[in-house]
Design a protein around this ligand. Sequence first.
Ligand code: PLP
Ligand code: COI
Length: 428
Amino acid sequence: MQCNSVTLTGVQLRGISRNSDFKSLNAGAVLRTGGGFTTARLSDFAGVKLEPSLQPGNFVQTFIEGPVIQRANELWADIPQIAARERLQPMDEIDFDALSFALQHTDAMFCVTIKRGDEWPDAYLVPREKFLIDPAAGVMNYAQGIFEGMKAYRTSEGNIVLFRPFDNAIRAREGARRLAFTPIPEKYFVSAVEKTVKANERWIPPMGKGSLYIRPLLVGTGGILGVAPAPEETFFVYVSPVGPYFKGGLKTIDLLVSDEYHRVPSGACGSVKYIGNYANGMVPAMEAKQKGYSEVMYLDAQNHTFIEEIGAANAFFVKGQDLYTPKLGGTILPGITRRSVLVIAQEMGLRVWETPVTIDFVMNEADEVFCTGTAAVISPVGSITHGCNEKVYNNREVGSVTRALYEALTGIQEQRLPDKHGWVHVIK
Ligand code: PLP
Ligand code: COI
């Protein structure tokens, strides 16, 4: 193979990601080539000094396009020093019938670091592995970080699809702005997600068994002492196959209303997927779980009266033919599932209301309750406890409106139902 046109601008030294020129390769190095090549021999790269453990005839893996696994055996059998080989999990260890929302390490991730304000360069996939970080990094000290949550599905038409990925890209851009990051162009964001999904294709569960959860993450990795944006920022996309977020699939969950904790005050970062919001919710959720509840339902921080969110999901309430969800206003995350459910519900003939929803209404008038999110999909609520009062909905069974919305949403996502709005994005 002739690789004269290859430019060695990026190298992934085990555990260290850096766009730097390099003069020598260590054992465990993974090269990235500038375009088009999927394999190469080290001898194809002129001017590279080799460590004694590497031979000029060795193949290198170049992580550009497509599933890593298909090339892994032929490449990494030849060159045992190459990173990640030992991490490749045989297919028969993946049990798609027993998926929960638990982290699994897959083959490859997208990872690129820039200096604050620089352009996001044409970047690349690397093995999914640990990342060395400066203890003074902005994210470590001042929680400068945002993330997104997306899923790739296999569909009834044999495609691999994303759901409204540009909406995630736009929300990430808003988050980047709020956390003082260099915004990631939407096309770049979606292309990074697509590349990561393709490289981890073997991890996407069969239709009906789960999905590939996708976690784009933008964090301040440059070291900084004063409270200010980090001088370097890293954009990752990693993935994990997942099953249901709440145990048991489409089964009702029990919620506890918190009188003690709030998710975010107004003026904070409630409308973006800021990492600190999730740390803030850990103790409330743990305490609720210890008491036997699945999640916390938060009230607003100012009046302690209006519903905000249910854990990491948006809240919906059904009364007759009316569907209510709390109005966005800076303290609630504008969920993409929420937005989609509002459209689907209207098309099903429900009247939809984005309005402040009081706890009194929820405890006394609602017929059905559910929450929505990429991870939660549509999760029906069986009961809500507020202080000494417990309200049970629909005998703890899934309500008919909740079920119809679930069927409609998942039907579109799995291409079983027509996609009138162009929400389904096929990965080519
Ligand atoms: N609310 C919070 C706090 C979340 O973290 C999420 C998850 O992303 C949602 C709501 C639902 O948003 P989406 O439907 O876009 O996943
Ligand atoms: C999602 O639904 O994608 C989320 O981000 C929820 C997550 C915190 C588990």
